[in-house]
Design a protein around this ligand. Structure first.
Ligand code: HEC
Length: 156
């Protein structure tokens, strides 16, 4: 009789312990996933079209010597942007192959028909997987990049 009672008790403990173990398991799995996201720093991808606000069109390239600026922009581009956008800006850089969305083809009509201000705004704000360059490059350097991107449209 005693034996039977304790058997039921053990069974009860066993069930309780498994439940606790299960819930801990589930929790730690979640933690692993969260940590993974933190470690890889994978940005949350925003879906949909990337459109600069209309106000951005009012921003004008303040640089007078556009040829000189585009030369400087080209240098920055080859260091920082070509890896994703490709050497000639066609969106075919090695690091961009696996990205979603794919890096834009900067020579395309879709990009070239945007205003200088809109392109400047995009370089400034960024959009995952592309970084914001507001803190990486000065406004002058971002305008140099815009000047260079303009020359990509003419080469077609
Ligand atoms: C990590 C890869 C990566 C790097 C590095 C990168 N880009 Fe991008 N870029 C992207 C992706 C991806 C998009 C497309 C984003 C979208 O359409 O949602 C994009 C979009 C753009 C656009 C907007 C095109 C459009 O459709 O309006 C411009 C302009 C641009 N990039 C310029 C640059 C410049 C200039 C640099 C360097 C300072 C640079 N990018 C560096 C990945 C990158």
């Amino acid at each position: 009789m005693n034996f039977k009672k304790s058997k039921i008790k053990y069974l009860y403990y066993f069930l309780l312990a498994s439940l606790i173990a299960l819930s801990f398991g589930a929790q730690s799995n979640n933690n692993i996933d969260n940590n993974k996201a933190k470690l890889t720093g994978m940005p949350v991808l925003q879906s949909g079209k990337w459109k600069a606000p209309a106000l951005a069109d009012n921003l004008k390239n303040p640089i007078k010597d556009i040829i000189e600026a585009s030369k400087k922009g080209k240098k920055i581009f080859s260091i920082q942007c070509a890896i994703c956008h490709g050497k000639s800006g066609k969106g075919d850089g090695m690091a961009g192959m696996a990205l979603n969305p794919r890096p834009a083809n900067l020579t395309s009509k879709k990009v070239q028909e945007q205003s200088d201000g809109a392109i400047f705004w995009k370089l400034t704000t960024g959009k995952p997987p592309m970084a914001s360059y507001a803190k990486i490059y000065s406004a002058k350097q971002r305008w140099q990049l815009v000047s260079y991107i303009r020359t990509l449209g003419k080469k077609k």
